[in-house]
Structures are given as structure tokens and as C-alpha cells.
Design a protein. Structure first.
Length: 255
């Protein structure tokens, strides 16, 4: 099975290019399952309408991150729709679910969404302990993990912790694609960060003038997602459906 993992979708530009290009990419690469991080679809956060657009575009599961609660109207949607996940190590009283199992022609696929703790500025549960708890309950051979984290060290540590226990793990959140895609010794596919889906002429998806103004020390203003020519940054994980082991990892940038 070929699994497509799509990096953080930012604003209308990200939603639009995914809507235009995703189905063609899936046909060309014979993709059996697609996961996309959508926590920046509204610039910060995601609305129910935007989530529907991503699912209609061909995404099978949407994952989120530290901006999950930036658009409060998503709360009921998280409870109602099993195809959107928020980090599993959020507090247990929060709406929604952090992992799910999904039926495919090649068998069940489990997706787990986790968030890191380094520099995230609020107290999530330990993602390592949470991953251990969830994996101990699973039956599917194919298990995919989106680890939404700032620090590369935390992502790599999680990768070594999960190698041999899941099929693939990828990082999201930094919006910059890394060049370190590989298959670990015990069969887990990995990349530190998928990158970003959104406007090319931007600062990680945001209008450059907004970001420059902030770094100059000007009074804070609302960041706005950039528009214009866009890209999809993603990775394809080739996974043996019988064993759950990853066979290859390929990072891609599509314009």
C-alpha cells in the first residue's frame, strides 16, 4: 500500500491546490490512503467547512496540532466526524479523538495523532507514554503516526521509540520539508517534517509583510495566510500490507 502524508495545509491557497491536484497525484502514485495535517487551514485552526473541503478533495484522515482550538466551531465536528483527529495526548476532557482505525481494501489502517511538548507552551500529556498506551491496544498491521512537534530532537527520539512498532511516522508543525526520509532498521518509515501545503511566496504560509513586521518588533497584528502560486509538500510511504513494514520513503514537492 502506498500512503500519502501531506504537510500542514495553510489557508485557502493550501486548500485550493490540494482540491485541484490531490486526486491526480493519488492516481499517478497509486495511493491507497491519504493523511493530511489541516490545523492551519484557516491560517490558524480549521473550520468544519474547511475540513469538509479537504475530505471532499480526497483526504482520508485529517490530523491537527497546537492550533486545534483556534476556531472553536470545530469542537462539535471533532466529536461527530471520526475522520478528523486532534492530538491524543491532549487532556482527556477535550472534544474529539486522538486516533482511529479505518477500513481499506488492503485491511485496516490505524492513524495516531500526537503533539510534542518542547516549546509548545502548554502542558500536554507525555506523548511517549500516550503512544505506548495506544499501541498496546491495536490490532491493525499498518499504523501511521503524525507527530506534531517543534524540536527535531523530540521527533527523532519518538522515531527510535516507535521503530518496529508502527509502519510510518512523520513530523509536522515546522512547515519546512526536511531531506532525511528513510526506513529505520526495524521497518518504520520516517521523515522529520513533511513541509507545508500553501503559498510559495510566504513565510511558512503567512504573508511575508506580516512576518517581517513581527520580527521588526512592531505592535502585534493578526497574521494572514498568503495567496498566489502554491505547492503541496508531502511524502509517499510504500508499506507492505502483509507485514506492516515500510519499504521506501519519498519526499515530494508538487506545484
Amino acid at each position: 500500500m502506498n500512503v500519502l502524508a501531506v504537510g500542514d495545509i495553510v489557508g485557502d491557497a493550501g486548500i485550493e491546490i490540494l482540491s485541484k491536484r490531490l486526486r491526480g497525484v493519488k492516481r499517478y502514485r497509486d495511493i491507497g490512503f491519504t493523511v493530511a495535517n489541516g490545523e492551519n487551514a484557516a491560517g490558524v485552526g480549521i473550520t468544519p467547512g474547511q475540513a469538509d473541503r479537504l475530505l471532499d478533495a480526497g483526504v482520508d484522515v485529517i490530523t491537527l496540532g497546537n492550533h486545534t482550538w483556534s476556531r472553536r466551531e470545530i469542537c462539535d465536528y471533532l466529536d461527530d466526524n471520526p475522520r478528523i483527529l486532534r492530538p491524543a495526548n491532549f487532556a482527556p476532557q477535550t472534544p474529539g479523538r486522538g486516533w482511529g482505525t479505518y477500513d481499506t481494501p488492503l485491511g485496516d489502517v490505524c492513524v495516531i495523532n500526537l503533539i510534542g511538548r518542547c516549546d509548545m507552551k502548554f502542558g500536554n500529556e507525555n506523548p511517549f507514554h500516550e503512544a505506548d498506551r495506544i499501541i498496546g491496544r491495536l490490532g491493525p498491521r499498518i499504523v501511521l503516526v503524525d507527530f506534531h512537534a517543534e524540536a527535531t530532537s523530540e521527533k527523532l527520539a519518538m522515531a527510535y521509540f516507535l521503530d518496529g512498532r508502527v509502519s510510518a511516522m512523520w513530523g509536522t508543525h515546522t512547515h519546512v520539508q526536511t531531506s532525511d526520509g528513510l526506513v529505520f532498521q526495524n521497518g518504520m518509515g520516517y521523515i522529520t517534517d513533511l513541509g507545508m501545503t500553501g503559498a510559495i511566496n510566504s513565510v511558512i504560509g503567512i504573508k511575508p509583510e506580516s512576518s517581517v513586521s513581527a520580527f521588526l518588533g512592531n505592535p502585534p497584528d493578526r497574521f494572514e495566510a498568503a495567496s498566489g502560486e502554491s505547492k503541496i509538500e508531502c511524502a509517499v510511504f510504500e508499506i507492505d500490507a502483509e507485514t506492516g513494514r515500510c519499504l521506501s520513503v519519498e519526499a515530494m514537492r508538487i506545484t
